[in-house]
Design a protein around this ligand. Structure first.
Ligand SMILES: C[S@@+](CC[C@H](N)C(=O)[O-])C[C@H]1O[C@@H](n2cnc3c(N)ncnc32)[C@H](O)[C@@H]1O
Length: 318
């Protein structure tokens, strides 16, 4: 199966990873393999790429995508949160670089048939890894009002979270389970035109009214923030000194987690400000290479709308 995705900030990834022949690099989100292919072109002939993706479609496409490159390649169908086990299984202690490019691919939205987008009529699934148990349909049909409201508000920053959650519960009671992305989209669009909406007029006009709820559900189904936290708390040990981690995120919740971990690792002294001398002995363990977050160029955004909200942060292990 061909896996469609246009990589974001490919040249910036190459520059910041500082790829050279012989390096060992982990691509934790293989996707369409654009970043991996670019990395392989720089680390061959004797480098090693470890390509990880939790979606079997991405891994299925990987061998074809990487056929032209001469370096060693290991492809792993797993979650990057399991990096310690993945590397242990390959008998690798440390690597030169890691990249993770978070979230969805174009393939998920357009071709997966798993209801990630509000277009079309597909089962409400939203799992990137179809081996996991909970689908979006389970969450939408089995959660109570408070849980739905919290998911929409916390993960989607959806200001109409209560209204939408209430409407979903009512729809379930009156018409039975919600099976498809189309049904859910219709319910959300109906909330949009409700009296409460007209009174407050707070919907943003620039995005489809279902965007935030769909994003929130996807984050919940795939436990995206929890997996990112697990990865961020573990990656440091697996980088060589001077090794680098590049993270591309697409929404503020992810970016906040990355920024906080990077700041914590880069922190020098944590003594209270009024202490005359340092007694904590805390030393920075990384250097932040992107004091200002890196964003795609205007021409990249023009060519690829999916790049518009991307932010890249990079650290180097000291
Ligand atoms: C934005 S795409 C990556 C695109 C890729 N960098 C490229 O150049 O084509 C995100 C990919 O990461 C995968 N993914 C997201 N979260 C993941 C996780 N926690 N572990 C493993 N793969 C993940 C998704 O299945 C998807 O294929």
């Amino acid at each position: 199966m061909t896996y469609h995705h246009t990589s974001v900030m490919r040249s910036e990834i190459l520059r910041y990873l500082n790829c050279r022949p012989g390096m060992i690099v982990v691509d934790g989100t293989f996707g369409g393999g654009g970043h991996s292919a670019a990395i392989c072109s720089q680390i061959q002939p004797d480098g090693l790429l470890i390509g990880i993706d939790q979606d079997k479609d991405a891994i299925g496409n990987a061998k074809i995508k990487l056929r032209p490159y001469a370096c060693d390649i290991h492809l792993v169908h797993d979650n990057f949160a399991n990096l310690p086990n993945i590397l242990a299984n390959l008998d690798i202690a440390v690597v030169d670089g890691i990249v993770i490019d978070l979230g969805l691919s174009f393939h998920h939205l357009k071709y997966s048939g798993r209801g990630f987008s509000f277009a079309g009529d597909e089962p409400l699934d939203m799992r990137m890894d179809v081996r996991t148990e909970i689908t979006a349909k389970d969450i939408v049909n089995k959660s109570d009002f408070q849980k739905l409201r919290k998911i929409f508000y916390d993960y989607g920053e959806e200001r109409r979270a209560s209204l939408i959650a209430r409407k979903i519960i009512r729809e379930r009671e009156e018409s039975g389970p919600i099976h498809t992305n189309r049904q859910l989209t219709q319910i959300i669009c109906n909330v949009r035109s409700s009296r409460a909406y007209n009174r407050k007029k707070t919907w943003r006009k620039t995005i489809h009214p279902a965007t935030k709820v769909f994003m929130a559900l996807r984050i919940a189904v795939n436990q995206e923030l929890e997996k990112l936290e697990i990865f961020m708390s573990a990656f440091y040990k697996f980088l060589k000194p001077k090794g680098r981690l590049c993270v591309i995120s697409f929404h503020s919740l992810e970016d906040r987690i990355v920024k906080q971990y990077f700041n914590r690792l880069a922190q020098e002294c944590i003594c209270p400000k009024d202490f005359p001398i340092c007694v904590c002995d805390q030393k920075a363990s990384v250097r932040i290479l992107t004091k200002k977050v890196i964003r795609p160029s205007a021409s990249e955004i023009q060519a690829n709308a999916m790049a518009r909200s991307a932010k890249m942060r990079v650290i180097e292990k000291l």
